[in-house]
Design a protein around this ligand. Structure first.
Ligand code: 2M8
Length: 462
């Protein structure tokens, strides 16, 4: 277990007085950290998760730039030969029977020569926050001494081809139609696992002969009803079996897999990550053709999100390829165009109106003006169930960062203040929060919650 994270240039707590937030957040990351990577939570999630590590690196960049770089390098070391960054990298030292599905259930290396043989990984991926994290590590190194900047430059040079291969995978294997949007094979790939965004597509999945399994996740939470239901888990596990039947081969999956959805939040994160990748490409003086390719992905992605805009809901909607229709559900994923950036003034205004309305952060019952993961006006809303309603700090971070990029300084500052007040007032770095009472739920020491709090603090402001 790593004992120390050095507080290089650690920013002072901000004025809204989460006086204790900074050292407490650093403490969570220190306790959840292993040699070169960080567990999302000590008991519930004992392995390395892909987008968790990217958010964690964003926070670590303010404490220990080298350790932040290591977090990403550990992830890159398990990249598949296709370019895919796997959603879970299994920790061989995790206690047995602590998390399911385990490495054996995935059997990735046994079934696919594209998968690394050690350590074992899952066969899925998660939203590509990685280039954004790599850029943050580079930018935060600029304030350091010459040696640190040189180390960060080396890290940037090593990361660039990894990131390019990852984004190439997403724009080809995951978008054979050239639509500009990424297809996901499983709700776990969205990161918003039991969101009602997936209800219809998941209901259409017929569960076949499923090998028996035990859910260890339920042993680590105070109230199992906050986690996805057993019916959902059966479908999650059945989708895993069908991916295995296809031996994780992309073309075979596209042919027969029962769950294929264009995910607008995932796609928007990819667009924002491509903007970050362009800056990285400039810094490492990448060839002009590569910069043009990345710039083209940004443009195509934004056009495509525009095609999935719902003018009545004033939100962007996922598209179920199997059913051939949009998922008309109001969730935070609908703010995808804000995250993708480059909006015309009218679209920006509409998105901000939706954000401020009772459908989301303007709901009068909220403890803090922060958007619930699912709108309280949706029939599928549940205030305590995971991605069906609770407020998630990483989503606050994504929206705050997007508001800043859109030039909405005041709104961004307000969201940052509320997000920090929530962790300061409500007892720490919970995985998610009940929107009306502000009660902390899920894992109490969630790494990415601590990490985004550190990034909020480092940004300063009133
Ligand atoms: C949750 O997902 C995992 C499956 O990947 C789980 O519930 O077991 C999600 O919140 C996901 O977004 C997150 O990356 C993961 C670890 O924090 O937990």
């Amino acid at each position: 277990m790593r004992e120390e994270l050095t507080p290089e240039g650690m920013p002072q707590p901000a004025r809204e007085n989460p006086g204790e937030v900074n050292p407490l957040a650093a403490g969570v990351l220190r306790r959840n950290s292993l040699e070169s990577w960080t567990r999302p939570a000590p008991a519930l999630y004992p392995h390395q998760w892909s987008w968790d590590s990217a958010f964690i690196a964003l926070g670590l960049a303010h404490l220990d730039n080298r350790r932040a770089a290591q977090e990403m390098e550990t992830l890159f070391a398990s990249q598949w030969s296709t370019g895919k960054l796997p959603h879970v990298i299994f920790n061989p030292e995790a206690p047995p029977k602590s998390y399911f599905p385990d490495a054996e259930r995935w059997s990735s290396a046994e079934l696919s020569s594209d998968a690394p043989s050690s350590p074992h990984t899952s066969g899925l991926c998660q939203p590509p926050v990685h280039a954004i994290a790599v850029l943050r590590i580079w930018e935060s190194a600029q304030a350091k001494d010459k040696d640190r900047i040189e180390l960060a430059r080396e890290f940037l040079r090593d990361s660039y081809p990894r990131l390019l291969a990852w984004h190439l995978y997403l724009t080809t294997a995951r978008d054979p139609e050239g639509s500009g949007l990424v297809t996901i094979y499983h709700p776990w790939e969205s990161g918003t696992d039991n969101s009602p965004r997936w209800d219809e597509a998941l209901e259409a999945v017929e569960v076949g002969d499923l090998p028996p399994y035990t859910r260890y996740d339920l042993q680590h939470v105070a109230d199992p009803s906050h986690r996805p239901s057993d019916e959902e888990y059966d479908r999650y596990l059945w989708l895993l079996e069908t991916l295995k039947q296809a031996r994780y081969d992309e073309a075979a999956i596209y042919e027969s897999h029962p769950f294929l959805v264009k995910d607008v939040l995932f796609s928007a994160i990819l667009i924002a990550a491509n903007e970050a990748l362009l800056k990285i490409a400039d810094a490492v003086e990448a060839p002009e053709e590569e910069r043009a390719l990345i710039g083209g992905w940004v443009e195509r992605g934004r056009e495509s999100l525009e095609e999935h805009w719902d003018p009545d809901l004033k939100l962007c909607l996922d598209y179920d390829l199997r059913a051939g229709k949009a998922a008309r559900v109001r969730t935070v994923a609908g703010f995808a165009p804000l995250i993708a950036g480059g909006l015309n003034p009218e679209r920006l205004r509409e998105l901000l109106d939706t954000l401020d309305s009772p459908t989301f952060a303007g709901n009068p019952r909220l403890a803090f003006a922060l958007p619930p993961s699912t709108s309280p006006e949706e029939p599928g809303f549940h205030p305590r169930s995971y991605w069906r309603g609770p407020v998630w700090p990483v989503i606050n971070w994504l929206l705050w960062w997007s508001l800043l990029r859109a030039g909405e300084q005041e709104r961004a500052q307000k969201m940052r203040r509320d997000a920090l007040a929530q962790v300061a007032d409500e007892g720490g770095f919970a995985e998610y929060f009940e929107p009306f009472s502000g009660e902390p739920l899920g894992s109490p020491d969630q790494s990415w919650t601590a990490a985004v709090a550190l990034d909020f603090l480092a940004a300063g402001g009133s």
